[in-house]
Write a protein that binds this ligand. Structure first.
Ligand SMILES: NC(=O)c1ccc[n+]([C@@H]2O[C@H](COP(=O)([O-])OP(=O)(O)OC[C@H]3O[C@@H](n4cnc5c(N)ncnc54)[C@H](O)[C@@H]3O)[C@@H](O)[C@H]2O)c1
Length: 262
């Protein structure tokens, strides 16, 4: 029997949910029956509302809340408002991330700090705020972060980005060990080349002024000879968010069409 503090439906937060992989995860988790709090930065409000309307049109439960994941108060507020709106939190997907390709010699302190404030501090803040509520709720939970294939093998022009995604793996491993005792699993996903604005914009920046075909380069590097679709990341996150992954924790799961092998 459910009580006020135990809702009949599971509840998820997805950050960076206005577009790309985050949007696909929001649609997938809502289709799985979870109530979703979808979040992004203020400039993405229209896109975020469109995602919520898409979910609601399929009879899913979605609410929108703006939050900059690099801000501790925004993230704490996001989790508190989710509890108010849906009665708790079962799944945190710390998906928001940024990428600015640059060579190591040219990376500026400003670029480095901005990248780490979103990709690493943002993930830490989401993990912490979710875990605090999940521990208080005493019903376990699923915490999931966005790493990258670049978090397993660094590459040229993505030195700072790769370092930030290696850090997500590290945080995920520590969090899994510290919070497993509370029934919380903590995992991350490591996409390869997935068809989103981030991939297209990074490719354009890396190859500007040359004839190099960035997407073709990635296509030929995969065993499956194609770029991935955001829905193919979302289906793995769906599994990580479900009971099907009950004995997986501390892992960073590669979803890259066979580009990098464990
Ligand atoms: N697309 C890929 O090929 C790929 C590969 C590996 C890893 N990833 C990772 O997957 C995640 C999603 O990537 P994507 O390709 O969908 O990117 P995207 O750029 O299309 O979407 C990222 C979303 O995050 C939001 N965001 C940025 N800064 C934020 C902040 N401070 N607070 C809240 N939201 C913020 C953006 O507004 C955007 O809506 C990222 O963490 C990315 O690093 C993507």
């Amino acid at each position: 029997m459910s009580t006020d503090s135990t809702p009949t439906h599971k509840v998820a937060i997805i950050t960076g949910a206005a577009q790309g992989i985050g949007r696909a995860i929001a649609l997938q988790l809502a289709a799985d029956g979870l109530a979703v709090m979808i979040s992004d930065i203020a400039s993405k409000l229209d896109q975020l509302n469109a995602v919520a309307m898409e979910i609601q049109s399929k009879k899913g439960r979605a609410q929108v809340m703006l939050a900059d994941v690099s801000s501790e108060s925004d993230v704490n507020n996001l989790v508190a408002k989710t509890k108010e709106a849906f009665g708790g939190l079962d799944v945190m997907v710390a998906n928001a991330g940024v990428a600015w390709p640059n060579s190591l010699l040219d990376v500026t302190v400003e670029e480095w700090d901005r990248l780490f404030s979103v990709n690493v501090r943002g993930v830490l803040l989401c993990y912490q705020a979710a875990a605090r509520l999940m521990i208080e709720q005493k019903r376990g939970g699923r915490i999931i972060g966005a790493s990258s294939i670049g978090g397993k093998k660094a590459g040229v022009m993505i030195g700072a980005y790769s370092a930030s995604k290696f850090a997500v793996r590290s945080l995920t491993q520590t969090a899994a060990q510290e919070w497993g005792v509370h029934g919380i699993t903590v995992n991350a996903y490591a996409p390869g080349a997935i068809e989103t604005a981030m991939l297209r914009d990074s490719g354009a920046e890396i190859t500007k002024g040359s004839n190099f075909d960035f997407l073709e380069h990635f296509r030929t590097k995969t065993a499956l000879r194609r770029i991935g679709d955001p829905s193919e990341v979302a289906s793995v996150v769906s599994m990580l968010a479900s009971e099907k992954s009950s004995y997986i924790t501390g892992q960073t799961i590669t979803i890259d069409g066979g580009m990098w092998f464990d």
